[in-house]
Design a protein around this ligand. Structure first.
Ligand SMILES: *Cc1c(COP(=O)(O)O)cnc(C)c1O
Length: 405
């Protein structure tokens, strides 16, 4: 069975983890701090806080911005549930909008239609690794009539004087947009290092700050580093200094810190990310693209344009003119040929939690159509040429068994 996306665990990773274990320092410490610096440098952000998941990172940012009851946060209907769940956790309302048919990213004209005086944050999601249209989104939140609608209700919101743009870049570490990497495309970007993501630490994430320059990014770094650790004014490493046992708790913080065991995996991964990981992923994408280009039923994903280069996270193949049922049957037949595939994603209004909150899939026709015809193919470092051929053969045979039946 060809798996969908196993992590790359090789001797280098194992040696680095063992080094951490032997060092005696297993929780947040020097390796986490080094990993944060490498992420900041890699994506040219202003400051980075490592966390234990992207979900925790997104929620911490929403709470820092004071998002709560009565507020609205605009999210795409087409994403993983975490994007909207964190809004619900804060007591605010996720306002879902439809996506674009070409690259699955949030539609900026739909965002504009859904902005109200209650809108505090927009969370674009770089689906499959393709960056959203950040220039347009940043321009939109800075438009005078949109800024005039914004009603700040705390000092941080007053300082920004507009809607915050918070990127869910769980898929897009290393992607490019107009010559810049994700992490420096909007106010704040959150990455995921979950096991299935391009760059993994098993579980983990990072908040990359890139707010306007009148925000003090050193102070924000200190604030978030404290809030990911109970609100405690000194972390375990600082308390280790001779006699420095006393600490304060400045606010009721969270428990969302990254550990050095996990950061050590990330340190190996980030050093080989561009020249090894991304190269291999692009190679697999290009092999699939070339193979499926000759079939009239294949709608090929867009992953490189003049403005954007994807991080090659998920290969989103669509089949033309099929129903959701036919797609499900094709997937069944692909699995029968010992190839694992997936669907990214079920739009949120299809899920019970959001159906129960009154969202209707009929309001998101493009999200539904993209979902109903989509099949995600295996992409991972150890995928061999023979396996790629087996995937292509299984997909072609399964699609043709169903559509020419
Ligand atoms: C994986 C994922 C997340 C959540 O990441 P975690 O690190 O597991 O919290 C959020 N958004 C999207 C789009 C994802 O795919």
């Amino acid at each position: 069975m060809i798996p969908f996306s196993p992590p790359r665990i090789d001797d280098k990773i194992i040696a680095e983890v063992i080094d951490t274990l032997r060092s005696g320092w297993i929780t947040t410490g020097p390796k986490t701090k080094l990993f944060e610096k490498k992420i900041t440098n890699y994506c040219s952000g202003k400051s980075t806080i490592a966390v234990n998941s992207a979900t925790a990172g997104l929620e911490l940012v929403l709470r820092w911005y004071g998002v709560g009851e009565g507020d609205e946060v605009i999210v795409p209907a087409y994403t993983y549930c975490a994007t909207a769940n964190v809004v619900v956790h804060c007591g605010a309302k996720p306002v879902m909008v439809d996506i674009k048919p070409d690259d699955f990213c949030i539609s900026v004209s739909e965002i504009e239609k859904h902005i109200t005086a209650r809108t505090k944050v927009i969370i674009p999601v770089d689906i499959a690794g393709m960056p959203c249209n950040y220039n347009e989104i940043n321009a939109l939140v800075n438009r005078p009539e949109i800024k005039a609608l914004f009603k700040p209700n705390n000092s941080i919101q007053q300082k920004l004087e507009r809607i915050l743009v918070l990127s869910d870049a769980a898929h897009s570490f290393g992607a490019w947009y107009h010559g810049k990497r994700t992490g420096s495309l909007c106010d704040i970007t959150v990455f995921s290092f979950h096991a299935i993501k391009n760059l993994t630490t098993a579980e983990g994430g990072a908040i990359v700050l890139n707010l306007p320059d009148h925000f003090d990014h050193d102070e924000l770094y200190r604030y978030f580093s404290i809030m990911v650790l109970h609100g405690q004014s000194k972390d375990a490493l600082a308390k280790l200094q001779k006699g420095a046992w006393r600490y304060d708790v400045i606010d009721a913080g969270y428990k969302a810190n990254m550990t050095d065991i996990l950061a050590s995996i990330g340190l190996v991964e980030i050093d080989r990310y561009d020249n090894d990981t991304l190269k291999k992923r692009k190679y697999i994408f290009d092999r699939y693209q070339k193979a499926f280009a000759s079939y009239p039923w294949a709608e090929l994903p867009v992953y490189e344009t003049t403005d954007k280069t994807s991080s090659y996270h998920v290969y989103l193949l669509r089949i033309k003119n099929i129903t959701e049922k036919q797609r499900d049957l094709i997937i069944q037949k692909i699995f029968d040929k010992d190839v694992s595939v997936n669907v990214h994603f079920q739009p949120l209004p299809l899920l019970t939690a959001y159906k129960n909150r009154g969202y209707k899939i009929s309001d998101y026709p493009i999200a539904y159509d993209n979902y109903a015809r989509e099949i995600s193919l295996p992409v991972f470092y150890d995928l061999t040429d023979d396996m790629i051929n087996q995937v292509i053969e299984a997909v072609v045979a399964s699609v043709e068994e169903v559509i020419y039946a």
